[in-house]
Design a protein around this ligand. Structure first.
Ligand SMILES: [Zn+2]
Length: 137
């Protein structure tokens, strides 16, 4: 992140506020359908599998594998100086989450590399990043 440049923060609404509040506690939580058990992500008012409105929050392990990634080399926002790596991580619970990679310069990684969630505190919102398992970020 670039110092002094305001970050674009996610907008909270009735459905997503508990999700963002959990992230402020460094917890990644998903909605688990109370009828069919489907893990719902992104957060929404009803289950895309069975249309139930009933759910409970469940905490993710934060562990998964890189499903895909890209290295951003062209800066598109002043708060995010390039280059940086954006991952699409398939979490153990099933959902895929997009977040930046934090890894030492030259660290080896690719599709299938095991990663774990880490948290970065920002003035208005803690946000997830991923670190390569076994490598210091
Ligand atoms: Zn369901």
């Amino acid at each position: 992140m670039s110092e002094g440049v305001p970050l674009p923060y996610p907008a909270r609404d009735r459905d997503t506020t508990p999700f963002w509040e959990a992230q402020d506690r460094h917890e990644l939580c998903f909605q688990r359908c109370a009828q069919c058990g489907h893990v719902r992500y992104p957060v929404g008012p009803l289950c895309p599998e069975c249309r139930s409105f009933d759910f409970e929050w469940s905490q993710s392990s934060g562990k998964g594998v890189i499903y895909s990634y890209t290295v951003v080399r062209h800066q598109t926002h002043p708060a995010f100086p390039a280059p940086y790596t954006v991952l699409l991580v398939e979490l153990e619970e099933g959902p895929r989450l997009i977040a930046q990679l934090r890894a030492p310069e030259g660290a080896a990684f690719g599709v299938g590399t095991r990663v774990s969630i880490a948290w970065e505190d920002h003035p208005k919102q803690a946000l997830p990043v991923f670190a390569i398992d076994g490598a210091a970020p």
